[in-house]
Write a protein that binds this ligand. Sequence first.
Ligand SMILES: Cc1cc2nc3c(=O)[nH]c(=O)nc-3n(C[C@H](O)[C@H](O)[C@H](O)COP(=O)(O)OP(=O)(O)OC[C@H]3O[C@@H](n4cnc5c(N)ncnc54)[C@H](O)[C@@H]3O)c2cc1C
Length: 421
Amino acid sequence: MEEVVELLRQAATDRTPITCAGAQTSTTAASITDKGVLLSLRALDRISAIDERARTIKVGPGALVGEIKRSAATAGLLFAPDPTSEEESTIGGAIACNASGARTFKYGAARKHVQALKVVMANGELMEFRRTNLEKNTAGYALAHDPIDWFIGSEGTLGIVVEAELALLPLPAHVVGLAVFFRTEEEALRFVVATRESGTVAPRCIEYFDDQAIGIARTVAQGGMLPDGSTAMIYVEEEVGDDLDSTLGRWGELIESIAPDFDPLVFDGEARLREARKIRHSVPSTMNERGTRYRDAGGRKVSTDWAVPYHKVGEAIRTARAFAADRGVEQAVIYGHVGNGHPHQNFIARNARELATIEGVVEQTLKRVLALGGTVAAEHGIGKIKRRWLPLQMNGLQIAMMTAVKRELDPLGILAPGNIL
Ligand SMILES: Cc1cc2nc3c(=O)[nH]c(=O)nc-3n(C[C@H](O)[C@H](O)[C@H](O)COP(=O)(O)OP(=O)(O)OC[C@H]3O[C@@H](n4cnc5c(N)ncnc54)[C@H](O)[C@@H]3O)c2cc1C
């Protein structure tokens, strides 16, 4: 911590840019730079004892999210944020990106679970920010109520997180997962809306796999567990109360009303849930590997991160697929957090020319997404790669307000130059 303070003091004196890196799993180039110093926070990975009465845990920014979850679980507690990359990404990165995951559907994104932060400011000053948790507050502008929120999601541009106090929840005693299979994508997306509006089930996640994503999942799933003939899958989890049969019965009725053709798969118990998680993770990691093969030719994976209100996700995916088809682009693999209206499209560009065409399709899709009331970036942040799309969503005044905050907290512009603004 002291070294970070010293480094920032020096950087402020000689105007050296400093970009933080956690585990560098960012998909937006936020943690790479060709300017100044790349500061790795990985070594600040301490996980302190849990305060069981307050239900909090103190951690260094370099601790892996998965490690924090395991530490919490030993005390019967849950650290809820669950980016799919939780076993390879740090809490500093999760805070800086306001990361989320499948269970964000129930628990909210990282922001909600950050209680206090120690931050090294651009001038080298070490400051502490604690969430107020006031139920009522009319003192001044809302943007100044909880300064801790300036740093969460700021992608390393406003300060460097050197310690975090995280809020924990009681660990649910019993969780069951269900994989539900459909003949068509349209049927699956109708099921999402029905699930959200049923009032009979209480999922903590609603995840989508299209036919190509199922194809990838088949390569890691245990033999024959995904049925032939289905072209779409929805994976849900619910925390079971006293009675598993009643939980499964409620889901059975809902599934029967929309997708009676295939029996759902049940993932009951910790080992089976881990298996489901591994299957889910296989999709983005396989697509990353595929994209990496084309780097030398100027290609890469292009991942969208847009989201729309959940009941418009069917329309958004239909339109996105049509835009790709119109320009002769191979259909993306589509998977992810449809319960929050937030599927990812993963395209593979094999060279620079394909990359330009795909980015054109993505931009066209983002304009449609915004017209549907959505966002261009729901969990990965803006970084450098998506910066040009921010003005599609934010007007000049919003960008000017963010620039004013940046200027106030980092007047020399030395923190993570090129991210967001
Ligand atoms: C296979 C795969 C799956 C993914 N799934 C998800 C997902 O489900 N949900 C999701 O939200 N994201 C996901 N991501 C994106 C990424 O993993 C997350 O954004 C993650 O939180 C980044 O953590 P990191 O430690 O790798 O951070 P890095 O990539 O190292 O950094 C990310 C940003 O945080 C800043 N930063 C890092 N540490 C600090 C610090 N201590 N103080 C200030 N700024 C800091 C960096 O400057 C950068 O701007 C996925 C990525 C991959 C490769």
